[in-house]
Design a binder for this molecule. Structure first.
Ligand code: 5GP
Ligand code: ZN
Length: 138
């Protein structure tokens, strides 16, 4: 399957749902997480619908990590966190809530706890500001 009309990330890829986009190329898209666990939380996805890491080829996985590596560096430059956490969840029992493969890039700030996973919507202007900062560092 390349597109799932019931998948929110497929709708974002198609432009049928909004997102603050950090990076886009032929195969991958990076955008701000709408319920960030910390300031600067970015998601990186393949454009082709695949639920889990096991549903893409090694080559597709390599493209995804290549973009994740590049965007994570920009997040680090732009947001100046004390650390950067990468996460990728496969299956509901692993905590996955959106079943379109994605890497999380989560900046970590000393002394600051993470917000609960997928729990609270961010202010749209704040997301836009963080998105622009990260794009400028790419
Ligand atoms: P998962 O639990 O599947 O690893 O992570 C899904 C992530 O997608 C969560 O961090 C959640 O905040 C984020 N998310 C869910 N719906 C949307 C949406 O419509 N737009 C954006 N930008 N992020 C979303
Ligand atoms: Zn999808």
């Amino acid at each position: 399957m390349t597109f799932d009309p019931n998948c929110i990330f497929c709708l974002i890829v198609n432009g049928d749902a909004p997102a603050q986009k950090v990076h886009e190329d032929d195969d991958c898209l990076a955008f701000m997480d709408i319920m960030p666990q910390s300031d600067g939380h970015v998601l990186v996805i393949p454009k082709r619908h695949a639920a889990q890491i096991f549903d893409v080829t090694a080559e597709e996985a390599a493209k995804l990590i290549r973009v994740t590596h590049k965007v994570a560096a920009a997040v680090r430059t732009a947001m100046q966190p004390d650390g950067v956490m990468l996460a990728q969840l496969n299956g509901a029992d692993a905590g996955q809530t959106v079943f379109h493969l994605h890497f999380h890039i989560v900046p970590r700030y000393a002394g600051k706890k993470l917000a609960l996973h997928a729990s609270e919507m961010a202010d749209a202007d704040t997301l836009k500001t963080h998105c622009e900062k990260i794009r400028a560092a790419l």
